[in-house]
Write a protein of this length. Structure first.
Length: 309
């Protein structure tokens, strides 16, 4: 059975309910995608590769992984660090504002624990997913180790999946971000970019421009997320525009792209067509943005997805 491995960071999430009242949870782009994949396709083997501490928040975070039926085999423990934290506020239209405290996050140490010998556990049927955030939080001196291990995984037949998920405040410069993200595209078999991310970073403002930019990379599948308007897929020489029905009432756009990624990849792993995978992924994203927070109630999500399966 093939497995998927999500490499990156999970953080402590604080959400403002009303002045001086917060709700605490856990979230992060790769964690959100993993959760929604497992909820939609419970038969899949879903793993998170990250590092946490030995503190109470870390213990509760790992318990949350298990509660969501994610494998914790690849969750490493740091004796010196603790998880990062972020606070989220949303405006009347559901758009987000974030404040982060993650400079000393334990997840930055993951390459100290994720060694070459771990790569022997991967098979040719497996998938390795990482994002621009996964890259951005790595100390610069650890990136070469990451690229080295990624190449070994690719050479062994593991499918590499990448979402640029660009966050400017995590990078030392736009030049650094551009260099690293282009390098990631060059390693990827499947890419799931959002037009908004690449508009800011690479001055690409339409799905067609993103598709043209990606022609120089050897991608098996390209899935371009263009907000509420459409999704453009490119595979086996075929370019298809999938129209999306916009959500009338948006509550919180947090993790919409993450939910899309998780459900799309889960559908493809489950032998669904690209068209069906996009349909399911769009339903997942539409459902998530109608609820507050990154991880929405289980039944609200599964009821929407199962209605489409």
């Amino acid at each position: 059975m093939s497995s998927i491995y999500f490499f990156g960071e999970c953080l402590i999430e604080l959400k403002t309910l009303k002045p001086n009242l917060f709700e605490q949870s856990y979230a992060g782009d790769i964690y959100n995608s993993a959760v929604y994949m497992k909820r939609a396709f419970p038969a899949l083997s879903v793993n998170v590769i990250t590092t946490v501490g030995t503190d109470a928040f870390s213990n509760e975070m790992v318990e949350r992984f298990s509660h969501e039926h994610l494998s914790t085999e690849w969750v490493f423990r740091s004796k010196q660090k603790i998880p990062g934290l972020y606070h989220i506020q949303t405006d009347a239209s559901g758009e987000r504002t974030f404040n982060y405290w993650r400079n000393d996050s334990a997840a930055k140490q993951t390459m100290d624990f994720f060694k070459d010998e771990h790569l022997q556990q991967f098979t040719k049927q497996d998938i390795f997913f990482f994002s621009g955030i996964s890259l951005a939080i790595l100390p610069e001196e650890k990136r070469e180790a990451f690229w080295s291990r990624l190449k070994k995984l690719s050479d062994s037949g593991v499918t590499i999946v990448f979402d640029p998920n660009y966050r400017a405040n995590l990078w030392s410069s736009t030049e650094d971000a551009s260099t690293q993200i282009k390098k990631a595209f060059a390693h990827a078999c499947i890419a799931l970019p959002g037009v908004d991310d690449l508009a800011t970073l690479l001055d690409l403002h339409t799905g067609a421009q993103v598709a043209e930019f990606c022609q120089c990379y050897e991608l098996q599948e390209l899935v371009i997320k263009n907000g509420p308007e459409s999704v453009v897929t490119v595979a086996q020489g075929n370019t298809t525009e999938h129209h999306i029905t916009p959500v009338v009432k948006v509550v919180d756009t947090t993790s919409a792209g993450d939910a899309f990624n998780g459900v799309y990849l889960g559908a493809r792993l489950s032998k669904q067509s690209i068209n069906k995978a996009v349909q399911l992924a769009a339903t997942a994203a539409a459902t998530v943005i109608q609820h507050p927070g990154a991880i929405i109630p289980l039944t609200a999500f599964t009821d929407a997805i199962h209605a489409e399966l």
